[in-house]
Design a protein around this ligand. Structure first.
Ligand code: ATP
Ligand code: MG
Length: 380
């Protein structure tokens, strides 16, 4: 079986793979790129696996004229910089010790060992430089059936690394057949390992939730996360009941992951998910204004096209309502509107905080009028 794609024939990738194999090593594409190519889905990053040690990778790639960065050299990862992008080149590994968060790995010469430490069978697929599929664990039938299956025993694999609980829901949301339910054995293993979630860093949890909530339809996974108790552990106070209505309204055109978060979570989640300051500000604006009475135009003026749309979708989902008529035109009217008053209109009579307060009041009136009050009306 052969796979195709620009990312396979890209000069950088070909240079890396050819240099390593000319030096007598195995080197293959692995993981997400191979999986997504087979599923005809877009490819994000291209990872390469090899039996060369990191030192050999560095020496070989330097001889081929490439620059490298020793990003995770202790774990076997070297980043190769090429004209067609950067590639993570990781030495085959085998776990010798795991504690649920960190794994002690040793390098391996054996691709089957490398495949066996990966999480899911659809993530354990490799491809050669010419795109020939290499499938040490026979993961292809699972991928073709869009069946998300752990490599080995789910309970064992989860206790090795509790992040796999969240990865299971993330990959299920993005890659599994939506008509397939969730595997009972996996859910049992998850339920009996909930305490392990407490050991994960909030940064890793946040990264998984970003991707999960960015899926076309995260609702089934989120609901099962709630049923198994996972959701309450990572986002206490959240309520999954509005996420399916939101996704339904979106009709296959997903809004931002933060909009999904805003309708799911309760209160402050910045620490729980290690949100950036910008993400946190957006999250709170979405939540404040989904509960406000601002018109579509007012939202457009305050937040711009995308966030204003997110807020209207959130309201419609929360109140089981349709989107307001002509909402896109109204948002647009708001985005191009100019507040007809400026500080100069009140100087020198007003200044400092009094001026600020007065302007704010007029701005509120203007927003409440759906941006229709004129300059004269506001000044009178
Ligand atoms: P994407 O980049 O689209 O999120 P991906 O499959 O490339 O998907 P990564 O998190 O980038 O996912 O990981 C790359 C590969 O490394 C995975 O396909 C999997 O084989 C392996 N892997 C990553 N994290 C784990 C883990 N916690 N346990 C076992 N294997 C893992
Ligand atoms: Mg990846």
């Amino acid at each position: 079986m052969n796979i195709h794609g620009d990312w396979i024939t890209a000069l950088g990738a070909q240079t890396i793979l050819r240099a390593l194999s000319a030096a007598g090593f195995q080197a293959l594409f692995v993981g997400g790129s191979v999986r997504n190519a087979l599923m005809e889905m877009p490819i994000s990053d291209v990872d390469i696996a090899t039996d060369a040690t990191p030192e050999d990778v560095i020496a070989t790639l330097h001889s081929a004229g490439l620059r490298t960065v020793p990003t995770g050299i202790l774990h076997g990862t070297v980043t190769a910089l090429t004209d067609t992008g950067s590639y993570e080149v990781t030495t085959f590994r085998r776990d010798i010790e795991t504690d649920g968060r960190h794994a002690k790995v040793i390098f391996s010469q054996n691709i089957a060992e490398d495949a066996a430490r990966r999480d899911f069978t659809m993530n354990s697929l490799y491809a050669t430089a010419s795109g020939l599929l290499v499938d040490p664990l026979n993961g292809l039938p699972d991928l073709v059936a869009r069946r998300l299956r752990f490599v080995g025993n789910p309970d064992t694999r989860i206790t090795e690394d509790y992040l796999r609980i969240l990865r299971y829901f993330r990959f299920h949301a993005i890659y599994a057949d939506p008509n397939d339910g969730f595997d009972a054995d996996v859910l049992a293993a998850i339920s009996s390992n909930l305490a392990g979630l407490e050991t994960l860093s909030t940064e890793r949890i946040g990264n998984e939730m970003r991707k999960l909530l960015g899926a076309l339809d995260p609702a089934p996974a989120v609901n099962v996360m709630a049923q198994t108790g996972v959701l309450m552990r990572i986002l206490p106070g959240s309520d999954p009941k509005f996420i399916a209505p939101l996704v339904h309204l979106e009709g296959g055109a997903p809004r931002s992951w933060l909009a999904r978060l805003a309708i799911l979570a309760g209160g402050n989640v910045q620490d729980a998910l290690r949100l950036s300051r910008v993400e946190n500000a957006t999250y709170h604006q979405l939540r404040d204004d989904m509960a406000s009475t601002k018109t579509a135009a007012a939202l457009g003026w305050c937040h711009g096209t995308d966030m204003a749309g997110d807020i209207l979708y959130l309201r419609a989902a929360l109140f089981s309502a349709a989107l307001p008529e002509n909402w896109q035109d109204d948002i647009h009217r708001g985005t191009i509107a100019k507040f007809p008053i400026s500080a100069a209109d009140f100087m020198p009579d007003l200044s400092g905080p009094a001026l600020g307060k007065h302007l704010k009041l007029l701005q509120q009136r203007w927003l409440q009028s759906d941006l229709t009050l004129t300059r004269a009306e506001l000044l009178s």
